[in-house]
Design a protein around this ligand. Structure first.
Ligand SMILES: Nc1ncnc2c1ncn2[C@@H]1O[C@H](COP(=O)(O)OP(=O)(O)OP(=O)(O)O)[C@@H](O)[C@H]1O
Ligand SMILES: CC(C)(CO)[C@@H](O)C(=O)NCCC(=O)O
Length: 406
């Protein structure tokens, strides 16, 4: 929807805008109250009990929805326009100590630093910077504990939701595949260490893919990979071994021996290759490498579960399959790759939750009323973008606020 088309009556009463401004994408999370947001006494008591909150009435629970949206960082002006149009910038908080009484919005990611002045100039708001890794972990822990059917495995085209036992969640490895990749060992709420990373990430796939195929968008590049055959571009073990497996060291003839390796001997130019094949090979190369580096880090710390997030994944079957196969292959089935339905919004969710330090003590997702996008309910080599219809994506939830005692 063009923000300019939004009419006044369509604007939800939104608050608590949180931003995650990354190298490739800006992610937004905000809360909108239901019209009849306040709970009656009985409902309040039930919710309080469920949340483990005192029932002395000091904790009003607001019911509403969490909304998700994303923009390309290179099109930050569209994002500013969206925020202005929906008046999201008015839903921050104010520091009364600050003389200007400026509205403050929570933000994370490198862009919270890079674009702080732009937000100030364009929207008159200050960005309150939250640590990126902190927010990723907070967002992941929240999703894994509070949102039903959040984590799932994906192997051989078969998707299966994983029941998370709250008492047996830690430790795990969180792999955030954004422009670059961060690998974080998570031991508990706020207890984590970034143990590794790699610069071969989503930005590499999209950047190289754009140069090699002339694709105009990330989705187009991903879509192309469906029809591609990586064997045209990649050098396989069989290409080296005359069609045979190298079984002594466990390599089948179809294993990729060298990504893009065929291009050195084919005597072909870039134009002689189909964009579909290049895209497929590139996707496989990046996904496989991330799966392998993730496995090695899980091995370093004896971690059995690896959760993959970040917008590179995009719920894309071939990407998830490649990552999962790499983890399965290298760990000989010992470690498990899992994916998250809200893959791209971990950091933004964590940032949203950091409002708790100012006004909101907590956030609870009303599990009975969560929406499950149909796009995730079937398998196949297709693009799934559970949250890409940005403006319509939301989770029903409750937010509870308490008075702060100094
Ligand atoms: N519409 C899109 N436009 C650009 N990239 C996209 C799009 N959809 C998915 N991607 C992929 O997602 C990646 C960005 O993922 P994500 O938003 O999680 O990271 P980021 O926060 O921008 O990066 P970083 O954390 O490294 O700063 C891109 O590099 C690209 O591979
Ligand atoms: C620099 C960040 C943390 C920004 O999100 C990310 O892009 C990343 O983890 N890059 C990989 C850097 C490295 O560890 O090699």
């Amino acid at each position: 929807m063009d923000p300019a088309e939004v009419r006044n009556e369509e604007i939800p009463q939104a608050s608590h805008l949180a931003l995650d401004i990354g190298g490739s994408l800006i992610k937004l999370v905000y809360f909108s109250r239901n019209d009849n947001s306040h709970t009656d006494d009985k409902e309040q008591r039930t919710l309080n009990e469920g949340l483990g909150v005192s029932s002395d009435g000091s904790c009003p629970i607001l019911k509403g929805r969490l909304h998700f949206a994303k923009f390309e960082t290179s099109k930050i002006n569209d994002c500013l326009e969206f925020i202005r149009c929906y008046r999201l910038h008015l839903g921050g908080f104010q520091h009364h100590e600050t003389p200007s009484n400026k509205i403050i919005i929570k933000a994370t990611g490198g862009g919270a630093y890079k674009f702080a002045n732009l937000f100030e100039e364009e929207l008159g708001i200050s960005l309150d910077k939250e640590d990126e890794m902190d927010c990723l972990v907070t967002g992941a822990n929240f999703l894994l504990k509070e949102v039903q059917q959040e984590a799932f495995t994906y192997l051989d085209g078969h998707k299966e939701f994983v029941q998370i036992d709250h008492n047996d969640l830690y430790p795990y490895l969180l792999v955030k595949i954004g422009s670059g990749v961060s690998m974080i060992k998570v031991d508990g709420d706020g207890k984590f260490e970034r143990v590794s990373g790699t610069n071969l990430g989503g930005g590499t796939f999209w950047g190289l893919g754009r140069l090699l195929t002339k694709c105009k968008s990330f989705d187009e590049l991903l879509e192309l990979s469906h029809q591609g055959n990586n064997r045209v571009v990649d050098m396989l073990v069989g290409d080296i071994y005359g069609g045979m497996d190298y079984s002594k060291i466990g390599l089948s003839a179809t294993t990729i021996a060298s990504s893009f390796g065929k291009a050195i001997s084919d005597n072909k130019e870039l134009e002689d290759y189909r964009s579909e094949d290049i895209s497929r090979s590139l996707l496989r190369m990046i996904s496989n490498n991330i799966g392998q580096v993730a496995y090695l880090n899980a091995l370093r710390f004896g971690l059995k579960r690896i959760f993959f997030g970040g917008f590179f994944i995009r719920g894309h079957a071939y990407t998830m399959d490649t990552i999962a196969v790499a983890v399965h292959f290298w760990s000989k089935g010992e470690a498990k790759a899992m994916f998250l339905r809200h893959e791209g919004f971990l950091g933004a969710l964590g940032t949203f939750m950091s409002y708790g330090k100012q006004s909101y003590e907590g956030l609870s997702v009303d599990q009975a009323t969560q929406q499950f996008p149909m796009s995730l309910s079937h398998a196949g080599d297709k693009i799934y973008c559970p949250l890409s219809q940005d403006l319509n994506d939301s989770i029903e939830c409750s937010v509870y606020a308490t008075q702060h005692h100094s």
